[in-house]
Each structure stands twice: as structure tokens, then as C-alpha cells.
Design a protein around this ligand. Structure first.
Ligand code: GLC
Length: 743
């Protein structure tokens, strides 16, 4: 990976500070050391204050009252024996008060700069209250849209999640953790949480080590390379060993192989849950397994406080191991500058949800919108030709729901809804009539259909704002059927019957299976949960002020039965093709058993997605041509340049996300049919052409082989450059030489 700005955040501290930390640890009692390893939730209650004064707490979470935080920091500094300041944690997942699109939506922007800026603003706003640590980025790769936490993720692809996850780390942490408005980030949930069986949250994850290393670990290594201050252990049982007690993850991978110098916090009570998993018999054994594995801080449960003293006294945990864990925590506090100042003056910071922050959130939301369909070019709407617009749907004017999941500090009152934004944008030129059509997305009542239909019949065009409420995705909120909930499909069908141009705007926390409605609407804009400025961002696109530019960070299935379905799949020994498969409706009864095509497909759902990874339409057209490669027979270890000519062949200035995919045809382990290995966002005027180039280094060609060695192997490679994972413009090369091992 390219050297990341901010990656020096974990470089060696100045010797003087290291010495100060060493002297401090030497003065600490075992109880005080274990206090630093304990994080408690809650605000400024008397018990918490007493615990801080007695040195039994190293961190608090979920208090954003600056007066409380300042008082607890004062107690820590002035009343505890050693005066060690507190880490103050909060889930600042996609904004603090100014809410950006959910991370899955931000991933659809494919724009590291936008993601970084969103994290920077989130950190600035959070820091203004006294928060100095966020539990983000969430970089769990997932290929299962049933999983509610896909909303918090950066999608299905390791490369995209690596680049954007590192950008979030840089945004939160800046180049100096002690800088004003920077906060410590946290790479979570380490690791493999996104492979939760059945897409049901908190479920088992069984991932062969080779797959873990090639798919699920790379974004975490990228975050470590970007200098992320902390990691969070996952709730999940990974291959029979829950992550919060998993020495392979926390010691072999994180510390020994990656040389990671930050610290690891458990997830909420995930250490105590080791006994619920059946991995340990009781809290004392849970504390032993977690401490032995290398989980440095316990979030909320108190097995460390309750049992580490005995475990040390019995010699089962060496106090030198405790010293290492405490030192890693104190180093982060030192890097944050907390020993020098742990008091917060909100007036030292810009106002929350100010105009600049709103504008950044609007840009992020705009670049996150993916246009999936635009039949008859119904979009963009021409406000000059429209007299009346019908805006229909329960999400068209709901300032809370557009914010999405994990909104602890976002306020609905700050939101600008689609209704408000459209009316603001068109003024008295176009009459915008609104009806909910349904009281909410889960409603199964047609009671409000008539009003909606009447508005549609009186309008020149209809915009529908449908999808999922925020509560239908996020933690613990998985769905087994990912169609539009309630009677939304029935509402679409009723409005389609009016024959008016129908534009569907979807606000959701996951891909939905839209198969049954794509033929009933003319256009589809997928806006995810777009955040505080979602309304103006969507209006900017509906009215043609900006062309949509988002691309899917996750595959959209035709049906939930296809899951897991993702672009970088393996070829199998019997790959399907359109001419090798039959459809269940076309099968003759008693057809001979081998007559339907003996390949890997579904009789009732084929093998292709509804919309592929990397897909997204524009108001203009882009053409790809003239792909070139620096050498068709490069040697192992040499860099390879690949480029193509991109032309805006349409009539509107727009941005295209140019993507490069690679296939290693033969490997020591089977390799995916395509892997994203580069992308660039390019803005072109109508008629303008530009050559877009990428460099493939050994890093892009490398993978983990059967022996878990990171290798580059000689052989045949195919390369594509295009506007989605189905790019057709291709070239190839033969890599010469011998297999090499990479560090
Ligand atoms: C939750 C989540 C984790 C979050 C933590 C603190 O259960 O799993 O992502 O950061 O608890 O709220």
C-alpha cells in the first residue's frame, strides 16, 4: 500500500515520553494497572466518579456532556493517586452532529478524499465535546446484505475497504493525534465478523485461514499501516475461537506479523461473553483467555477488575504481560496529548453542524448516490418543463430516518429532507405535492394509496422515496427477506398504473432485492441512508445540477437465495454461462437428468446479480478504448503500467470512477475471476478524452498461498479497465521468473 499520511501516528514516541511512561508503570499498583485496562459506560454518576478517583477506570464511553467529561478528567488528574487522564470513547461512525451517509453509502462514492473529510469533520465535532476516541472505521468485509451491519461496512471488496478504511483513519487521526480536533480511531471488528453465518448478526464465522488472509484481513492491515491507534476485538466465534479470546488474531497476526503497536479493546462485554459462547466456564477463565490472547482493555464487563489480580497472584498471567498491555494504553493517551491537557473548551472549536460541514455532507451524499436505472432518460428532471411534481413515500420527508443507523449524536432537526430540498430548489416554478402513501415502510395498509395516486395523476412526473427505516439495519438488525418491506411494492404498482414517469429514490442500509419492481419504474437512485444533507444531495441529482457518479460497493442479488453472491468469486470447475443454463419455467417435465447444463447456477435464479459490484450510471456516457500495457512479458518484481483512454461521449460534464480489475489465471490456491486493484475518479467535459493509468506492483499481484506465505507467482494474468466489475476492455500479460515471497 502507498505510504499513508498519518501513518506515523504509531511511530516510536520520543525517548523522554517512553521513559515517563515506564516510570509511571513502575509506580502503579496492580489494581491501578488493571484500572487502566477497564472501560466503563455511563455519565458522571457518583459511582463512576469514585471509581475514577480510585484509579479503577482508564476509559469511559457514551458520555458526550462536556461538563461531565471535564469533571471526570479533573478527578482523574487531580484526585486519583497518579493523575492519569481518561480515554473518552464514542461511536462516531459516520458523523457526530453533522451526519454523513452511512459508511456503505460513503463507500459508493469510491472517493477517499470525501471519506477522509467526513471523518475529519466528525472528529472535530466529537473532540469539541471532550470525546477523544471513536470506535470506527468498521472495516469488516461482507458479502451478505441480510446482515444489518453491512450498513456500517465499506462493502464486499478488500481493496476498496482497505483504501477507504485507511482514509477514515487519516481523517479521524490527522497527522498528529495530539492535534486539536483529532481523535484516536479504532479498526473494528477484528476479525471476520462480516462472514457471520446466514447474515444473522453475532453468529458463527467459519473462514479458512487462506480466505481470512486473502479477503478479511487486508483492510485491517491497511488500517494498521495507516497508523490506527486501536483495534477492537469482534464478538464473533471465528473458527471455534471467539475473537475476544483469539491468540492467533491478537498475537500472531496483529503483533507478531504486523508489528502492531497500538492497543486492543474488547467489544461491549465480549470478554464476559466468552462463557456464553461456551469457550470458557466462567468470568475468571474468560479474563484469562482474553488477557492471554492480548486484548488490552475490557469494554464494560468487569472480568479483568474482578479476576486479573487472582490470575496474576496464581502466576497464570505474568504481571510483565499486564505491564505491556498498560503501556500500550498509556502510549495512546500520551500520543493524544492527554497528559498535557485533558480539559475541553467547546468554544475553542467551530460550531457543530455549521455550513461548511453541511456542504461537505451534501457533497458526500451526492457522490454516494448510485443511479441504477434511467429508462427513457426520465432523469434529470427539467424543472423548466415541469409544472407539477408528485413526491410520494414515507421517506420523502422524514428527517430522522434519512440519517441511518448508529446516530448517537445526530439530530433530526438538522436534517434537510427531500421534500424540503425540492421545494427550496424549484421555488414557485414547479408545484411539488407530497403524500406519504404509506405511514411507514413496513405498513401493509392501502389507506393512503388513493391520495398518492391522485397526486400522481395530477403531476407531470412522480418521485417515490421508499426503502427501509434506519432501525431495519445496523447492529442486531438482520433481515432474511431483503425486498422492500411492507406494501411498498404494491404502492409502486399502483403508481405505475397511472402511466406517469416514475423515479424511485431508495433510502436503505443495505442492498435490497428490487427484482420485482425494476420493470415498474423508469429510474432508480440508490441513496443509502444519506445523512443530514441527504435531501439537497438527492435534489441536486434529480434536477440535474450534478450527474450521479456513485458506483456499487456491494453486489445487488436478484433474490436473497443467491447470497452470498459477489463479483470476486472463484471460477469453480464448472463455471456457468448463459448458453449452459436452463430456467425453471422452461424445463420440460421429465427432462433427462443431465440435459439442463451441469454447471454452477440456480434453476430459478441463474447465476448473475441484479446489479454488479462497481456498477453505476451517469447522465452522460463514457467510452473506454485503447488499453495499453507497459510490457506483455514483465518479470516478477517489475512494476507494470496499464492505461486506457476514457472519453465523455455524452452531453454533460460528469465524473466516472475508472476501475482496474485483475485475474491471476493459475495459482497455488484458486484465485478469483476478478479482483479490484485500482480505481480513479475522473471528471471530463462533454467530448473530452483522457488517458487513465494505473501501476501494478508486486503488492497488487500478491496473494497468500497454501502455506500462508504471501507470494507473487509467475504466469498468465488478465487485466480489465472499465466502469464496473463487468468491464470488457481487456489486455493480458505473462509474468516471467520464479515465485517470490513478500514480507
Ligand atoms: C457495540 C458494537 C461496537 C460498538 C460498541 C460500543 O456492541 O459491536 O461496534 O463500537 O458496542 O458501542
Amino acid at each position: 500500500m502507498v505510504e499513508q499520511a498519518g501513518s506515523k501516528n504509531l511511530d516510536n514516541l520520543p525517548v523522554a515520553i517512553e521513559q515517563r511512561i515506564g516510570e509511571l508503570v513502575a509506580r502503579m499498583t496492580l489494581a491501578e494497572k488493571i484500572g487502566q485496562m477497564s472501560q466503563l459506560s455511563g455519565s458522571g454518576g457518583a459511582e463512576l466518579k469514585r471509581a475514577v478517583a480510585e484509579g479503577r477506570v482508564g476509559s469511559i464511553l457514551n458520555d458526550v456532556n462536556t461538563e461531565n467529561i471535564n469533571e471526570l478528567q479533573r478527578i482523574a488528574r487531580e484526585e486519583s493517586r497518579l493523575g492519569i487522564p481518561l480515554l473518552v470513547g464514542r461511536d462516531v461512525i459516520h458523523g457526530f452532529r453533522t451526519i454523513f451517509p452511512i459508511p456503505l453509502g460513503q463507500a459508493a462514492s469510491w472517493n477517499p478524499a470525501v471519506v477522509r473529510e467526513g471523518a475529519r469533520i466528525a472528529a472535530l465535532e466529537a473532540a469539541s465535546t471532550g470525546v477523544n476516541w471513536t470506535f470506527a472505521p468498521m472495516i469488516d468485509v461482507t458479502r451478505d446484505p441480510r446482515w444489518g451491519r453491512i450498513a456500517e461496512s465499506l462493502g464486499e471488496d478488500p481493496w476498496l475497504a482497505s483504501v477507504l478504511g485507511a482514509a477514515m483513519v487519516q481523517g479521524f487521526q490527522g497527522d498528529d493525534l495530539a492535534g486539536k480536533g483529532t481523535i484516536a480511531a479504532c479498526a473494528k471488528h477484528f476479525a471476520g465478523y462480516g462472514a457471520t453465518e446466514g447474515g444473522r448478526d453475532y453468529n458463527t464465522a467459519n473462514i479458512p485461514e487462506n480466505e481470512l488472509r486473502n479477503v478479511y484481513l487486508p483492510p485491517f492491515q491497511a488500517a494498521a499501516d495507516a497508523g490506527v491507534a486501536t483495534f477492537m476485538a469482534s464478538f464473533s466465534d471465528l473458527n471455534g475461537v471467539p475473537a475476544s479470546g483469539n491468540e492467533f488474531l491478537m498475537k500472531q497476526i496483529l503483533r507478531q506479523e504486523w508489528g502492531y503497536k497500538g492497543f486492543v479493546v474488547s467489544d461491549w462485554e465480549s470478554i464476559r461473553q466468552l462463557s456464553v459462547h461456551g469457550f470458557t466456564a466462567n468470568d475468571k477463565e474468560a479474563a484469562y483467555e482474553a488477557a492471554n490472547a492480548g486484548v488490552d482493555m475490557e469494554m464494560v464487563s468487569t472480568t479483568y477488575a474482578d479476576h486479573l489480580p487472582a490470575l496474576v497472584a496464581e502466576g497464570r498471567i505474568d504481571e510483565r504481560e499486564i505491564d505491556r498491555m498498560v503501556t500500550s494504553i498509556l502510549r495512546i493517551k500520551a500520543r493524544l496529548g492527554l497528559f498535557d491537557n485533558s480539559h475541553t473548551e467547546p468554544t475553542d472549536f467551530p460550531a457543530l453542524v455549521n455550513q461548511q460541514h453541511r456542504e461537505a455532507a451534501r457533497q458526500a451524499a451526492r457522490q454516494s448516490v448510485v443511479m441504477l436505472q434511467n429508462r427513457n432518460r426520465v432523469l434529470p428532471l427539467n424543472s423548466g418543463k415541469l409544472n407539477t411534481l408528485a413526491l410520494i413515500g414515507p421517506l420523502a420527508d422524514d428527517p430522522y430516518e434519512q440519517l441511518g443507523t448508529w446516530i448517537f449524536d445526530g439530530q433530526a432537526e438538522d436534517s434537510v429532507t427531500l421534500l424540503q430540498a425540492l421545494r427550496d430548489a424549484v421555488g414557485n416554478k414547479v408545484k411539488v405535492n407530497f403524500a406519504r402513501g404509506l405511514v411507514n415502510t413496513r405498513s401493509k395498509s392501502r389507506a393512503e394509496f388513493a391520495e398518492a395516486i391522485a397526486l400522481a395523476e395530477a403531476a407531470d412526473a412522480v418521485v417515490l422515496a421508499l426503502g427501509e427505516e434506519a432501525i431495519l439495519s445496523g447492529e442486531a438488525h438482520s433481515r432474511a427477506d431483503i425486498r422492500l418491506p411492507g406494501y411498498q411494492q404494491q404502492l409502486i404498482e399502483a403508481l405505475a398504473a397511472t402511466g406517469k414517469p416514475l423515479i424511485l429514490v431508495v433510502m436503505a442500509g443495505r442492498p435490497l432485492t428490487l427484482t420485482d419492481i425494476v420493470d415498474k419504474v423508469d429510474a432508480i437512485l440508490y441513496s443509502w441512508h444519506p445523512g443530514t444533507m441527504g435531501g439537497p444531495a438527492i435534489a441536486d441529482i434529480l434536477l440535474g445540477k450534478h450527474s450521479p457518479s456513485g458506483k456499487l460497493p456491494v453486489t445487488f442479488p436478484n433474490t436473497v437465495g443467491q447470497i452470498p453472491i459477489y463479483y470476486s468469486h472463484k471460477n469453480t470447475g464448472k463455471p456457468p454461462s448463459d448458453d449452459t443454463i436452463a430456467h425453471i419455467d422452461d424445463i420440460d417435465a421429465k427432462a433427462p437428468q443431465t440435459s439442463l447444463g451441469m454447471t454452477s447456477f440456480y434453476l430459478d435464479a441463474g447465476y448473475k446479480p441484479l446489479f454488479p459490484f462497481g456498477f453505476g450510471l451517469s447522465y452522460t456516457e463514457f467510452a473506454y478504448s485503447d488499453i495499453r500495457i507497459s510490457s506483455e512479458r514483465p518479470h516478477v518484481g517489475s512494476d507494470i503500467q496499464v492505461s486506457a483512454l476514457l472519453t465523455n461521449t455524452g452531453k454533460m460534464e460528469a465524473e466516472e470512477i475508472v476501475q482496474l480489475y485483475l485475474r491471476d489465471l493459475v495459482g497455488n490456491v484458486t484465485r478469483p475471476v476478478r479482483e479490484l486493484k485500482g480505481f480513479q475518479r475522473v471528471r471530463l467535459q462533454p467530448g473530452e478524452a483522457r488517458r487513465v493509468g494505473f501501476t501494478l506492483t508486486s503488492e497488487e499481484l500478491a496473494f497468500y498461498n497454501r502455506k500462508m506465505q504471501k507470494v507473487v507467482e509467475p504466469g498468465q494474468f488478465h487485466v480489465w479497465i472499465g466502469g464496473s466489475s463487468e468491464a470488457e476492455l481487456a489486455t493480458q500479460f505473462e509474468l516471467l521468473g520464479e515465485t517470490v515471497l513478500l514480507p
